[in-house]
Design a protein around this ligand. Sequence first.
Ligand code: ZN
Length: 237
Amino acid sequence: MNSDLEQLIQLQGLDLQIRELTRQRDDFPRQTESLELETAKAEKELQDARNEMDNLRKERRSLEGEVDALRPRLSKYKDQLMAVKTNKEYTAVLHEIEGCNKEILAKEDEVLAIMEKMETLEKTIGQTQQTFSTGREACLKQQAELRRQADGVNTQIEGLLSDRNRLLRGISASSLDLYNRIADARKGVALAEARDQSCQVCHVRLRLQMFNEIRKNEHIVTCDSCNRILYYIQVGP
Ligand SMILES: [Zn+2]
């Protein structure tokens, strides 16, 4: 077999392996994307729930302040009630007291409703916190695992690249130049097997005389259709 052709076949094998491993390695960060998104979503929900809790707390404090402000008014009216002289005055002050009481009760009801909301929200915060912590933990674990795998793949790639460099030294400059030009133009696949009198990559039928020439593997012959370097695998002994 032509020595260049033999080594180009090996080179092609190495290049395809390197390409596949590089693709795998570059795909690793994408594998954590969905988990990262889920965790970010839980974190956002947690932040929103905490903000809502803060708002409810403020609202509650403000209502309680309003109730505190109403109480002195109520006791003032109660004092007045003791000092009234006429029935008309009595009715008027009693009316004020009732109004004040109603207002206080309404605000206290609002406070109770807010406290119920806070209780529900507290549970939501607890659950979301759990989802977020679990998600983040899983995410970090997956990232560490993928980094470990990427290190392994990088070591493999380095090994293949040094094999490749060794191989390059034995290939003539013109054959290597041809290989590189075809590989660049043909998505990295510069060689094609010739079998059953056809190119196994572009499937064009080869002239018989050409096919017989290729079967000898003595010269570098390229496919008329896809320009790839053709080689033949001898079957049997
Ligand atoms: Zn072809």
